[in-house]
Ligand binder design. Structure first.
Ligand SMILES: *Cc1c(COP(=O)(O)O)cnc(C)c1O
Length: 221
């Protein structure tokens, strides 16, 4: 079926790059995910906690699950045991809750800071300055059960590829700045999560380490 062809297309695209493919399976059935899994794809992302938990419970346990959607603090406890990477940290209080729940599970949860790089008002995330301040905060340093592994961003939804490229580039520059300037035990800058079905090509060129691709793999939602 088409899923395998679509996955192969993306594996070809990221060959010889630093980019990894994250298959965004939100709204799609466990059967469809299993079909992708059986072709060798083991890394999936969901944007809602309840859906993520249900799929985690029914699907093979060697799947690496990522959370890419807005996360409410009161729901962290449901995913703390198994989530591989949370891409959508947008508040310090959320990070504190992730730390608390991770501690209960006796693990360290890897997180990305979601940065607001788009023009639209509606997108979630920190400004560059806010994110930088957070990492400097002494309260942040005390969080031993989280590790900031990088940044995530969504470009403006537009046909203007120059604008998209500039937004991705600003995220990459910010990533480099943190990597060079912040020396903390719980900050290990490795990942830049940027690029979706409509703009993954530019994201790969601009140094994305995770493209988050949904509809171009699974079809329309
Ligand atoms: C849904 C979603 C994606 C994937 O979007 P597509 O356009 O279907 O590739 C990527 N990132 C986030 C945060 C999403 O919510």
């Amino acid at each position: 079926m088409a899923i395998q062809d679509n996955l192969d297309f993306f594996y070809q695209k990221i060959k010889n790059t630093t980019t990894k493919l994250l298959a965004v399976s939100k709204t799609h059935s466990p059967e469809l995910i299993l079909e992708a899994y059986q072709t060798g794809c083991k890394v999936f992302a969901e944007n809602r906690v309840q859906e993520l938990v249900q799929k985690y419970e029914t699907l093979p346990k060697d799947i690496e699950w990522h959370l890419i959607g807005t996360l409410q603090s009161n729901k962290v406890k449901y995913i703390a045991e198994f989530v591989h990477l949370i891409h959508s940290i947008d508040k310090f209080s959320l990070l504190e809750e992730v730390n608390k729940q991770a501690k209960k599970c006796n693990r360290v949860i890897d997180c990305l800071l979601q940065i607001h790089i788009a023009e639209e008002e509606t997108k979630f995330g920190f400004d560059f300055e806010e994110a930088y301040q957070l990492l400097q905060d002494s309260k942040f340093e005390a969080l031993e059960n989280i590790c900031i592994k990088g940044v995530m961003g969504m470009a403006t939804f537009t046909d203007n590829t120059t604008q998209i490229r500039n937004e991705f580039r600003s995220l990459k520059d910010f990533f480099e700045k943190i990597k060079n300037q912040i020396d903390k035990k719980n900050v290990v800058m490795k990942e830049i999560s940027m690029g979706m079905s409509s703009d993954y090509e530019i994201a790969i060129e601009e140094g994305s380490t995770y493209i988050r691709v949904g509809s171009a793999i699974f079809g329309k939602r």
